[in-house]
Design a protein around this ligand. Structure first.
Ligand code: SF4
Ligand code: SF4
Length: 130
């Protein structure tokens, strides 16, 4: 399998992650209702296809844990999975507070949106949906 697209997606995640973390670092540790539930840490088949394309070692979330409990990958310093190793949905959720914080930094916000769109586009290509 040609893994060029998969590795390009991974590089884009690596550029994107610190841009988002600049905001989550401040907001999330004080959040009263963290969004990271166990059920969100479980891979979809599309996530597995992407990760297989870059030969990543996959360790899925435990389906026997309470799906509405805190995700097993959430530590006091945030998610312990690198962003490219998280389910796709994890990067696409922005609560209102986070979104508003990002939008106050318009140049950085535009770069985040561009990277998200590029990842989405390449993922569709990888999955043969485009
Ligand atoms: S992204 Fe929003 S809802 Fe999720 S933990 Fe951070 S502040 Fe809370
Ligand atoms: S970002 Fe990490 S901790 Fe949060 S739901 Fe996804 S895998 Fe779990």
């Amino acid at each position: 399998m040609d893994n060029t697209i998969g590795f390009e997606i991974k590089h884009l995640y690596e550029e994107l992650s610190p841009l988002i973390e600049r905001f989550t670092r401040k907001l999330c540790p004080e959040c009263r209702q963290p969004c990271c539930k166990q059920r969100f840490g479980i891979y979809e088949k599309e996530d597995i296809l992407f990760l297989n394309s870059i030969n990543a070692k996959i360790s899925d979330a435990n389906r026997r844990f309470d799906p509405d409990g805190k995700c097993q990958f959430l530590s006091s310093r945030g998610c312990i999975r690198p962003r490219w190793l998280r389910p796709y949905r994890c990067t696409w959720f922005f609560c209102t507070e986070l979104l508003e914080a990002m939008q106050t930094h318009s140049r950085q916000y535009r770069r985040i949106v561009d990277l998200l769109n590029r990842i989405k586009q390449l993922r569709m290509e990888l999955l043969g949906l485009k």
